[in-house]
Design a protein around this ligand. Structure first.
Ligand code: APR
Length: 312
């Protein structure tokens, strides 16, 4: 089983490290426009693999031909938003990068499942789907597992008995319009809105939404260990055909009354990729918020479509 990671930066290299440590696949190919970075990280990772007596092998390449026969290609390449950079500028820069990468995936790994990680996540996942022409089940955006982990972290911090099992659920956009669902998040068998008072629930929602920004404030760059863990959870679910319910960005075609947008929702993930989208029974308010998030994403998707038409 072979996984290619395009973008050997913080997130890509950390995902590779976890793949080695957990021996999730036989080989990993690291590709980066900065080949020197990819080479340096690959040697470090190869040595980690030897130290861990891992069976996973790592190779780096500046030739996309080496991603041939990949079961999964993860796209973590892109530039972060810089000061004075509008959202549209970021979108336009990253869509150019995605365009180049996807044309190589189509050429050399047409049967792969693609996991999109680059931001703005939901729009990039939409662009990957459009540019690849792959079936929608084979194009998965990594966002919801990370946001749900951040929500679970916010819940656990407020529990007296920290060993209780926490299952958190965040849907919607991977960004400001994310929807931490209190009624679909559980501590044992109790939902979060049953367990905590209103004020604590609001704090949990806030901590979840600001989870990423808080890290940026300390690190001056975005998070990578938890994003890497979320990538590995998706890869493992696919390669081991776990048929696990995981929240990811998926292109909707009528589910929840939404079409033409890639947005975070729970789905069954197995060897076919997104094998089934099971609709959560959302209340009126939750559904309305999901629709608002979809409408805002649609505006960005329209910009993406325009850029794609202009051949980026
Ligand atoms: N082809 C291949 N690699 C590229 C290209 C390209 N056209 N353009 C940029 N890269 C590489 C960079 O050289 C860099 O090594 O992508 C890597 C990005 O790594 P980082 O800057 O460390 O960013 P990282 O923190 O890993 O985040 C990557 O994931 O979570 C998202 O918002 C995050 O969009 C960002 C992405």
């Amino acid at each position: 089983m072979k996984v290619s990671i395009i973008g050997a930066g913080n997130v890509g290299a950390s995902a590779c490290y976890l793949l080695i440590a957990k021996e999730i696949c036989q080989s990993v190919i690291l590709v980066d426009i900065n080949h020197s970075i990819a080479q340096g990280k690959a040697i470090d990772l190869q040595q980690a693999s030897v130290a861990l007596v891992s069976t996973t092998r790592i190779k780096t390449s500046n030739d996309y031909k080496d991603i041939e026969k990949s079961d999964i290609v993860v796209i973590t390449a892109g530039v972060p938003r810089r000061e004075n950079m509008s959202r549209e500028d970021l979108l336009s820069t990253n869509i150019k990068i995605i365009n180049e990468i996807v044309s190589n995936i189509k050429k050399f790994a047409p049967n792969a499942i693609i996991i999109t990680v680059s931001n703005p996540l939901d729009v990039m996942n939409y662009a990957v789907l459009k540019l690849s022409g792959f079936e929608r089940r084979k194009v998965i955006g990594m966002g919801g597992i990370l946001d749900s982990a951040r929500m679970a972290h916010a819940i656990i911090k407020r529990l007296e008995n920290k060993s209780e099992i926490v299952n958190a659920c965040v849907i919607g956009a991977h960004g400001e319009q994310m929807l931490p669902l209190l009624s679909h998040s559980f501590v044992g068998k109790k939902s979060v809105d049953e367990l905590f008072d209103k004020r604590t629930c609001e704090e949990i929602i806030n901590d979840t939404k600001l989870g990423g920004a808080k890290i940026v404030k300390f690190l001056q760059t975005s998070a990578y260990y938890a994003p890497a863990a979320a990538i590995c959870i998706l890869i493992e679910a696919i390669l081991k055909n776990k048929k696990e319910m995981l929240t990811c960005s998926a292109y909707l075609d009528g589910e929840y009354g939404i079409s033409g947008v890639s947005i975070g929702i729970p789905a069954i993930i197995g060897k076919g990729g997104i094998e089934k989208i099971e609709e959560l029974p959302l209340n009126k308010e939750e559904l309305k918020m999901l629709h608002t998030a979809a409408t805002e994403l649609k505006e960005q998707i329209d910009i993406a479509d325009k850029l794609l038409k202009e051949n980026v």
